[in-house]
Write a protein that binds this ligand. Sequence first.
Ligand code: URP
Ligand code: ZN
Ligand code: ZN
Length: 461
Amino acid sequence: MSYDTIIRGGTVVTASDTFKAEIGILGRRIVALADHLGDAIEIIDATGLLVMPGGIDSHVHLDQAGAPGIVMADDFASGTRSAVVGGNTTVLPFCLQQKGQTLREALAEYQAKAAGKCHTDVALHLIVTDPTPQVLGQELPGLIAEGYTSIKIFMTYDDLKLADRDILEVLDVARVHGALVMVHAEGYDAIRFLTERLERQGKTAPFFHGPSRPIPVEREATHRAISFAEIVDTEAMIVHVSNRAAMEEIRRAQQRGLKIHGETCPQYLVLTERDMDRPGMEGAKYVCSPPPRDSDSQAACWEGLQQGVFEVFSSDHCPYRYEDEAGKAAPKGRQSFRYVPNGIPGIATRMPILFSEGVAKGRIDLNRFVALTSTNHAKRYGLYPQKGTIAVGSDADLVVWDPRREVTITHALLQDGCDYTPYEGLKVTGWPVRTILRGETVMVDGVVTPGSSGVELRRPA
Ligand code: URP
Ligand code: ZN
Ligand code: ZN
């Protein structure tokens, strides 16, 4: 057999195994794994390097509409460009239903935003904000059947939150038709109560974003979301978990046999609330929800990753420019933290941060790294085994990784549409040197291949 490409000399890492092998690629797929594979049109020398499944980031926001006057820093082109710089081959952004809009209208909008622009493959989650009888009765069942099998719902934010009854209805539709509900678990009323009290006290700087949504706000909502999933008898994914109390809610649910899954993100491992305590508006660079917490919360997130309470590690990439009135410097944000757009960039830095802080520092092994950054995302969101592993028949979606390369993170490396990174100056060990999407190199040594070969993926219900 002859191959289009052979990757030679590397150490192959999957979620379960680490072994020396050559990888033979023909067309878009992996067709052979063996000690010696002979010849190919292209030989990629991976001597001394790791070859892992391309990263799958199942929680990213691209070109998503926000408050009036606020514009996200990344569209599907720049966001997925930064993704391949960081070793990713598939991302799962959100398709946001605006109130009053049908889901099909929203989907058409996001498909148009993505069409022909993506450097990675893309699968869309649906955000349901307006669960009308038509959405619950016709649109959602139809779209789930067509391959849109994950739905995010919010327990907070004025324009996004669902009432408890609506959460139960969405969970029930997901149960009946075979979708997974992702829950943003922070309680709306508690946040409003605390925000208004802080504002009355004149505490309006970005730092007070943290005190406006403290740990009990997240713990209570996590408990409520889990209870709703239990009442409906279905599964749910609690996303972007930031602290011990919420992690323990999820762990208890799992120990009771409930199908509750958890996700955490880089910001909860390496940032704290002190990062928001900077002069002027500088703290706005770190404002995201839930907010970064403290060192015990960081330790708990590591425990959750080590013990399998969190099965996916995602970026929650939600980029707004800092020096920009359409971003973090929006004039109203100076009046109060409540108007600072929530979200931080991180699509390119997710894998290097987990590798460096996790694998290089001995907190997790290589196989768990692959599970957390790729395989478990593919399995949970219906892309496995086409994506998320290195096996004969799988898409040749790969990252070639230098485990020894030392890099100081700086925004210029990341090639996103933002104008800062919250991880500026962080020193990491381990860096992606080549990203391969369906057999084609899309990034080598930080240089992204021109053009956009990413396609939209659908998933079985
Ligand atoms: O602050 C954040 N995380 N913004 C993004 C939207 C979300 O809730 O995931
Ligand atoms: Zn969220
Ligand atoms: Zn998010």
